[in-house]
Design a protein around this ligand. Sequence first.
Ligand SMILES: Cc1ncc(C[n+]2csc(CCOP(=O)(O)OP(=O)(O)O)c2C)c(N)n1
Ligand SMILES: [Mg+2]
Length: 578
Amino acid sequence: MTPSEALVETMAANGVTEVFGIVGSAYMDALDIFPAAGIRFIPVAHEQGAAHMADGYARASGRHGVCIAQNGPGITNFVTAIAAAYWAHSPVVFITPETGSATMGLGGFQETEQLPIFSKITRFQGHVNNPKRMAEIAGRCFDRAMLEMGPAQLNIPRDYFYGDIQAVISPPMRIGRGAGDAAALDEAAALLSSAKFPVILAGGGVTMSEGTSEAVKLAEMLHAPVANSYLHNDSFPASHALWCGPLGYQGSKAAMKLISQADVVLALGTRLGPFGTLPQHGLDYWPASAKIIQVDADAKVLGLVKPISVAIHGDARAAAAALIERLKGRSLACIANLDERNAKISAEKAAWEKELSDWTHERDPFSLEVAKNSKHMHPRQMLRELEKAMPRHAMVSTDIGNICSVSNSYLRFEEPRSMFAAMSFGNCGYAFPVACGAKIAAPDRPAIAYVGDGAWGISLNELLTCAREKIGVTVIVFNNGQWGAEKKNHVDFYSRRFQAVNLDSPSWAKVAQAFGCEGVTVDKLSDVGPALHSAVQAQAHGKCTVLEMMVTQELGDPFRRDALSKPVRYLEKYKAYT
Ligand SMILES: Cc1ncc(C[n+]2csc(CCOP(=O)(O)OP(=O)(O)O)c2C)c(N)n1
Ligand SMILES: [Mg+2]
């Protein structure tokens, strides 16, 4: 076969049915035969969108997301999205055709070294150094993306698509992780059985390992409250009596107050990322003296951020099942105070729900001032309406911004693979293309993106893709006329010296219509639910709708109070800038 055929056959062997990208001569020989291999090529507006879509596709399906682009600029356009996929543990295989091997290093057309650029944001880099090795190296990229749960790069000098080779297409190699070291599991079971106030922190690993039912069973056995790790609100069903909401920025006070009382925490499938456990709502909730059992499929993150007592290198689902086995029939200290703990769980949850319902608007002086004469909706009330109207089985992606962050308190899910947030990389422009990819992976589920009006400017070009490819997603654009999250820092630290934070924008509803999508402006709380409902119905007809929510400029708590300090100026000319 030819190397192009070997590549495409390897993709087919790995179950690839969709690939995102922008057409380019570098890989046209392979692209030509995609249809014959049953692969749909989805042309996008910007390669960043392609890689985000591959990320959303992978996160929604649990299968590889794949993208490809032209050597040089097409590939450098991938960078931000690949970094985001890296921190989201998304098994994206990104194929990077490179300058031809015969001219590499001469500074020809569209030439840049493509491996160093991605070296720190990729779990595996495969370089086809000889066309005869195309199938072997491509296959390894697909295997490693799953083994390491993250992006794998397949770099191919563009002349290596051509030639006559002998190739073996190996079947995919999926390596089971297992529950982890038996002695560590024994130790964890002993700690859990002697715990008086065990709490489970369910992370992304629960979702990725399809371990929800094991997590539920273990929680029920211990009657342990369960918190979601930051931006993994789909790691435990929200309707369950033991669910208490997410930790971290704009998370649940109930989760924070309950975990602060824990004597043993089971951190199940979470790296305990530093941003996700920062104090919030004035609560420094991390239980510093509790025993922490951490389970993760990546041994390198065990004990990396927080001190832990027991490290379990294993699959979250398998480890939970192994712990259930060990705890069966054992006497559990936490059963003695069951009623008392149950009462605490319900009381904290009820208190937080009441607080959220009463928290109709922000109450700091800036927010009160800007909202006073505004006819627009309060963001929190609008978010509550969206929560109430959220369809069953919805997948929601969220961007980076003040309102998207506040939405964390109002996003609850019953099933895994439902929430796709920008995670630790925190790039504005994430949510919309990710929702497009998720929709293509799961066409029967509603796909909804939450995006601030600033971040919308980065990503709205993919409306073209939605219109052209009939991708039915719903975008909720929060129009507050500002880069609000950054403006909040001007308010808190820079004496309201606003610079580059106010946005003058066209009607986003009309812009959407000009792209061939639906666009609706929503200015009344009572219209929020019905507008979401109609937009979700339109998804079935491949219609993308932008719901432009007109909201006040009030601002919730900032992202990084921890990382800023009041300005200090020594030079005379800057003295006024304090
Ligand atoms: C790509 C990128 N550029 C800049 C930032 C810095 N940043 C973080 S939040 C934010 C403001 C977001 O504004 P908007 O999308 O309008 O949402 P809002 O805060 O107003 O709700 C900016 C610029 C970022 N996170 N990512
Ligand atoms: Mg904004």
